[in-house]
Design a protein around this ligand. Structure first.
Ligand code: SF4
Ligand code: SF4
Length: 356
């Protein structure tokens, strides 16, 4: 049956409409690129056998090749007619291997002054790619070089390509909160989901022959604790909540102020992770003359990521920022600033995990 999505496109396929939908908003103007989110997720969920190269929560430098390398060119998701787009399964090398370091030699071999830490991949070779290989490289030409950080997790989509691709019925979307999960007893490691997901946010566990991905920290959210990536984030940019909670920050940023946009909505999976796009300083010429009409991050580049509404959103953010600078009230800026942590950023998930 064909249905109309909230971005106005007719889609064939079964939209997964849970009773409530958990969502995240990432304010890209606040991300420090510190990777605390990636590390807290890694420590919590991906320490078992076969998970060594998994990073369910990554932070990519943009413009950049991302994780896995060049994922935006791999295909997946749905085309304009709602048909599955051709795609490929990303390889372990494209995700970036788990490296080993010569720690024994450096720390215990008595050669600390002559040898230094050096990584090798699982083939015993010098690595030539990793999840953050092109970190801080960015794009543009001097003096208008630019970059920003783009944190990425599974989007817990409403039209999840991964779910429809699984011939085992191992992927499901929870009715109570819309979290997309893989039942690993049901999964046989066919990897159709890895092929179908256009965001390439599913990993293959070669030891257990199953696929694994972000679980939105469901054992934590069930106890009122925010996901680890969001709770630990020192930039306090990862908002968490239900889309239908009109008093919550998610509803306000996505539906009321309309400043949070999905990444590559044209992939057709209806992601439930949204981004406040990054503002940038104005461009300058070689003599240092500022051109306020041109932002340093080209708007066309941001439109390629977040769609045609980017320009309007950036204009709203600038205008509200100006208001705040003049001492005028701005509910939007107050929402983005997060004066009270944790209640302003994930109001339903304020429990401290240390007290459980
Ligand atoms: S981001 Fe990919 S893995 Fe996550 S729900 Fe969407 S299609 Fe599935
Ligand atoms: S922890 Fe927060 S500030 Fe640090 S990289 Fe992750 S999202 Fe950005």
């Amino acid at each position: 049956m064909s249905e109309k999505t909230d971005i106005g496109r007719e889609l064939d396929g079964v939209l997964q409409k849970p009773k409530r939908q958990l969502a995240m908003v990432f304010d890209l103007n606040k991300c420090l690129g510190c990777h605390t989110c990636s590390i807290s997720c890694k420590r919590q969920w991906t320490r078992e056998e076969g998970m060594d190269n998994m990073w369910w929560a990554v932070v990519n430098t943009m413009p950049g090749k991302g994780t896995p390398k060049n994922w935006e060119g791999m295909g997946g998701g749905w085309d304009e007619k709602g048909e599955p787009r051709p795609s490929k399964i990303p390889t372990r090398d494209e995700f970036g291997d788990a490296w080993k370091f010569n720690k024994e030699e450096v720390f215990h071999g008595g050669k600390g002054k002559t040898v230094y830490l050096k990584p090798v991949n699982t083939k015993g070779e010098d690595p030539d790619w990793g999840p953050n290989w092109d970190e801080d490289e960015g794009g543009g030409e001097y003096p208008n070089s630019h970059f920003f950080y783009l944190p990425r997790i599974c989007n817990h989509c409403t039209h999840p390509a991964c779910l429809e691709a699984c011939p085992r019925g191992a992927i499901y979307k929870r009715d109570e909160d819309g979290v997309v999960l893989i039942n690993d007893k049901q999964c046989k490691g066919f990897r159709f989901c890895m092929e179908a997901c256009p965001y390439k946010r599913i990993y293959y566990n070669h030891v257990r022959d199953v696929t694994q991905k972000c679980i939105f920290c469901f054992p934590r959210v069930e106890k009122g604790v925010a996901p680890a990536c969001a709770r630990q984030c020192p930039g306090r940019l990862r908002f968490v909540g239900y889309l239908d909670d009109e008093n919550g920050p998610i509803h306000k940023l996505v539906h009321k102020f309309k400043v949070a946009l999905p990444l590559h909505q044209e992939y057709g999976t209806q992601p439930n992770v949204y981004y406040v796009p990054p503002l940038s300083p104005p461009a300058v010429d070689m003599h240092g003359k500022v051109d306020p009409s041109k932002p340093r991050i080209p708007t066309e580049y941001l439109e390629g990521l977040f769609g045609p509404r980017v320009k309007d959103v950036l204009a709203v953010l600038e205008a509200e920022k100006e208001k705040k600078a003049k001492g005028l009230p701005s509910e939007l800026m107050d929402t983005l600033i997060v004066y009270k942590w944790p209640e302003n950023i994930f109001p339903d998930f304020v429990q401290d995990p240390a007290n459980l």
